[in-house]
Design a protein around this ligand. Sequence first.
Ligand SMILES: Cc1ncc(COP(=O)(O)O)c(C=O)c1O
Length: 150
Amino acid sequence: MNTRNDVVIMTGEGMLALWSGLKSCLAPGDRVLSLVTGVFGDGIGDMAASLGCEVRKVTFAFNETIHEMDRVEAAVREFRPHMITAVHCETPSGTLNPIEGLGDLKRQYGVPLLYVDAVASLGGPPWIWTPGAWTCCWADPRNAFPRRRA
Ligand SMILES: Cc1ncc(COP(=O)(O)O)c(C=O)c1O
């Protein structure tokens, strides 16, 4: 994973880790900026809303990746979120989002938490960490790590 931070191993499906992260890090009323490029990104915003958070979504077409960073930056500046959420690989769309730029925004605007769903991607595509910029990242090694065939 190329991190010096502690890694928590949970036994369960990917959703267990996604819910655990939201429930552990958020309180009702916290502002969450949800970046949506597909089904999972949209769902994470809804999950945060169901916990009583104030959620704002920045939505792109489901066949696009996060771009127009000025739109994202404007939302961060105005909304001042406690957490930004994004998905690294939007599995149903088959797209890979550029997470590095979000780390830069997080640092620039002092956003406390950046939450990244990497359930489908950790161990697959090149993994780019921005030191100090990623706060929580959820991954499921069953998805992208090479599996041995029987
Ligand atoms: C991007 C992404 N997030 C979350 C999940 C949910 O994982 P699980 O089905 O193991 O709960 C999946 C499952 O495919 C996924 O692709």
